[in-house]
Design a protein around this ligand. Structure first.
Ligand code: IPD
Ligand code: CA
Ligand code: CA
Length: 252
């Protein structure tokens, strides 16, 4: 299943790269900040039809298409994570494919087609970047940490838009980033490029694959009440164990 996910992520990645350099038809979804392009839709179609063909009994939860079927195995698909970046020609986006078995993540693939970086993880078998093992950082304090976060699309009207928490963390850290791709944020925590990450109102297709990756790389991934992150958690805090704890303490 991991090699299947890697193969199909590469197919989607090739398509995203083709669209990236062409004229894009950009539409909006829930708010006028929530974008979708033909690239999101076509990449998702490729992934869904490959799953249906290879694993016809499995269920799928895909960002654009929604839930397809119910089964012990559930594929979580974000065909293009970082659509706002993509639509602006900002080269920070990826394809994220995760697989859960009975609610537990077991396979994860995050592909950055621009940098040719393939992050992968399998439950109990560790995480890798282009086939080399990765680990979370060992940064001990927020003072020495670079962390990332994100803000919801309805941030203009939603009072719980993360600005307060952003303001609390900002003075405490060495740097804070808003990369615009939750899946890459998680892959970067797993590989030690970021020390921690948090976000509210986040969906399982954004962070499901990344959650397994961070755990397999030795990090912690919880909801805001410090309980283990689950597919139905709406908030997520991830990091190396020290930084995870300190982000949680400061935003709670
Ligand atoms: C978004 C990105 C962004 C995060 C948003 C997500 P999309 O996904 O991951 O970084 O802050 O919450 O919805 O819309 O680009 O697939
Ligand atoms: Ca996403
Ligand atoms: Ca998306």
């Amino acid at each position: 299943m991991l090699s299947f996910a890697i193969g199909v992520a590469h197919q989607a990645g090739r398509l995203l790269k083709q669209y990236y350099t062409s004229d894009l038809d950009i539409r909006t979804k829930s708010t006028d900040r929530d974008l979708v392009t033909q690239a999101d839709l076509d990449a998702e179609k490729i992934i869904i039809s490959a799953i249906k063909e290879t694993f016809p009994t499995h269920a799928i939860l895909a960002e654009e298409k929604g839930q397809i079927g119910h089964a012990d195995y559930l594929w979580l698909i974000d065909p293009l994570d970082g659509t706002t970046n993509f639509a602006h020609g900002h080269p920070v986006f990826c394809t994220s494919i995760g697989l859960a078995y009975q609610g537990e993540m077991c396979v994860a693939v995050i592909l950055d087609p621009i940098r040719n970086e393939l992050f992968a993880a399998e439950k109990g078998k560790g995480a890798s970047l282009n086939e080399k093992p990765i680990m979370v950082s060992d940064t001990k304090t927020l003072n020495n940490a670079v962390v990332a976060t994100g803000f919801p699309y309805d941030r203009a009207t939603n009072p719980h838009n993360n600005l307060k928490e952003f303001g609390q963390i900002m003075p405490l850290v060495q740097g804070i980033r808003r990369c615009g791709s939750a899946a890459l944020d998680m892959a970067y925590v797993a590989s030690g490029r970021l020390d921690g990450y948090w976000e509210y109102h986040i969906k399982p297709w954004d962070v499901g694959a990344g959650a397994l990756m961070v755990k397999e790389a030795g990090g912690r991934v919880t909801s805001i009440d410090n309980s283990p992150w689950r597919l139905d958690s709406s908030a997520l805090v991830a990091g190396n164990p020290n930084i995870h704890h300190q982000i949680l303490e400061n935003i709670r």
